[in-house]
Unconditional design. Structure first.
Length: 519
């Protein structure tokens, strides 16, 4: 057995909160979350800038729905591909590729902001950049496969960063809108706005590639040595012990085994544990994207001269979304029941109809207001802002709880009521050609595949796998399943965003009775 872990890295939640390792890692995950959603929020919070650039085109009032549906379709397709073929690109390579794409995309967007282009040309070029942004986000989602290796506090940091990803750009846009009336100056401000995203992406590249691997903040699990006799059967407490040489010889043979197996049973077992959480995430994002920002950004103020209601509404949404995402980081407010979280997600179905009863105002390409088909019930600005705040807070809180909970739905001992999670009936042959315990593949953070004994064969206690520092690593079987649980959560989020983006066209049609696809 290896030497005991140092006291500063031995707790289940990583190292002490006062350690600089912890602080630096927390900051990296926070900024990563900011960049992860920043590649989307940067586009949607620049509504005023794009509206002025697309004026006179058929997309002047509908571009936001096109932005959303394009972004979500591409991202969902890419994430579905990664879920089906998880080993195509290593996780760490996906992360650096995604951040590099963000730098290039917003570099081009910043240059375009200084150019005077035809509204239609500018729209389609921007749409092409949004396609690339969706691709970048799908690469950045690889972090969901890395998060289960770290304490829950870092998942909270990542979710809080996503909240900041909306709040910071929306605050910037509010200041720009309030301080600028000159379109030419707006172009230079948009240039600076896009450059901010570039700087954050560069920081994340440096943090994840240089700093994070050197920080001792991973979750460590200690496993005792398995008693494996020559026949491959696991000794349990009370059974006779074989001599040390026999056990070590059997274990070395186990480490050399090769495998022929399908992961269908692993997928099924993981899905059985996380399906309700995935359904909650999917429903939550359908509700959110159906209303925000395509519908909510069309709400007009009760004061005809108020031009700040749209940027203010972005600030309110992102502020309360951030509060919701941050709250589960406090153990007292962390709901760990998938059933309760699902009920809370269903309750959010009241929000889309509520927004349709606000002062939503759609216009044609020339700015003429279209008639509405539903009564105006919540005509006051404070009513709209109150509904929006509850909508945003519930979105952030439920999403953060589910993302933090999902990896822990896979227990450390990997045991279910009817046996071991992910039990495989595969035939495994060792060097001697004898059948032996099954092994399972595990995708490492560098994208490699490690084969180790399944707990369905040798039980929860076995010789730990050591990293370069001599510290024991979690059971690779459990690690693989937690990575898969994270990937399923990403798939649920992406499919929810896709469905919600499509629903925004339906809500627009319900309110104005017009063709929802053009202004």
């Amino acid at each position: 057995m290896p030497d005991p872990l140092p006291s500063d890295v031995s707790t289940i939640f990583g190292i002490a909160a006062t350690s600089w390792h912890h602080i630096v890692a927390y900051t990296i995950f926070l900024i990563y979350g900011l960049v992860y959603l920043g590649s989307w929020n940067t586009w949607i919070t620049a509504t005023g800038f794009f509206k002025s650039r697309f004026y006179g085109s058929a997309f002047a009032d509908t571009f936001m729905s096109y932005f959303a549906i394009t972004y979500m379709v591409i991202m969902f397709a890419c994430l579905a591909l990664f879920l089906a073929m998880p080993n195509v690109i290593p996780l760490n390579r996906r992360m650096i590729t995604g951040n590099s794409l963000v730098v290039v995309i917003f570099g081009v967007a910043a240059i375009m902001a200084l150019m005077q282009l035809n509204p239609y040309l500018y729209f389609f070029l921007t749409l092409a950049l949004i396609v690339l942004s969706a691709l970048a986000t799908s690469f950045l989602a690889a972090l969901y496969g890395i998060l289960p290796l770290y304490p829950p506090v870092f998942a909270s940091a990542f979710m809080s960063g996503q909240g900041l990803a909306g709040l910071i750009p929306s605050l910037v846009q509010l200041v720009l809108t309030a301080s600028s009336k000159d379109a030419e100056k707006d172009s230079y401000r948009a240039f600076a706005y896009f450059c901010l995203t570039i700087l954050l992406a560069i920081f994340v590249i440096a943090g994840t590639e240089i700093l994070l691997p050197r920080l001792h903040v991973k979750k460590e699990n200690i496993f005792t040595e398995a008693r494996i006799p020559d026949d491959g059967h696991l000794d349990t407490p009370g059974e006779s012990n074989h001599d040390e040489n026999s056990r070590c010889s059997s274990y070395r043979a186990l480490r050399r085994t090769k495998i022929v197996l399908t992961e269908d049973s692993i997928y099924t077992a993981v899905l059985r544990r996380v399906w309700l959480s995935g359904l909650s995430l999917w429903l939550g994002f359908v509700i959110t994207l159906a209303s925000f920002p395509a519908i909510t950004s069309a709400v007009a103020s009760e004061n005809p001269n108020d031009t700040l209601i749209v940027p203010i509404h972005f600030v309110i949404f992102n502020l309360f979304d951030l509060l919701g995402k941050t709250l589960p980081g406090i153990p007292t407010f962390f709901i760990q029941s998938p059933a309760i979280l699902f009920i809370m997600s269903v309750a959010r179905l009241v929000f889309p109809p509520a927004f349709l009863l606000c002062n939503v105002t759609f216009q044609d390409r020339f700015g003429i207001v279209l008639d509405r088909t539903m009564p105006l019930v919540f005509g006051k600005d404070w009513m709209f802002h109150g509904i929006l705040a509850l909508f945003a807070f519930s979105n952030g809180y439920i999403d953060a709880c589910i993302v933090m909970l999902a990896p822990d739905l896979i227990p450390d001992n990997n045991v279910t009521d009817n046996g071991c999670l992910g039990r495989s009936s595969s035939v495994v042959t060792g060097d001697s050609g004898n059948e032996g315990p099954a092994s399972v593949p595990s995708q490492q953070s560098d994208g490699g595949i490690a084969y180790t004994a399944s707990s369905s064969s040798i039980g929860p206690n076995y010789e730990p796998v050591l990293d370069a520092d001599g510290l024991s690593q979690p059971n690779h079987h459990v690690k693989r399943q937690r990575e898969l649980a994270g990937a399923m959560m990403v798939a649920a989020i992406s499919f929810g965003l896709l469905c919600g983006s499509g629903m925004s066209f339906v809500l627009r049609w319900m309110l104005c009775g017009c063709n929802p696809f053009y202004s």
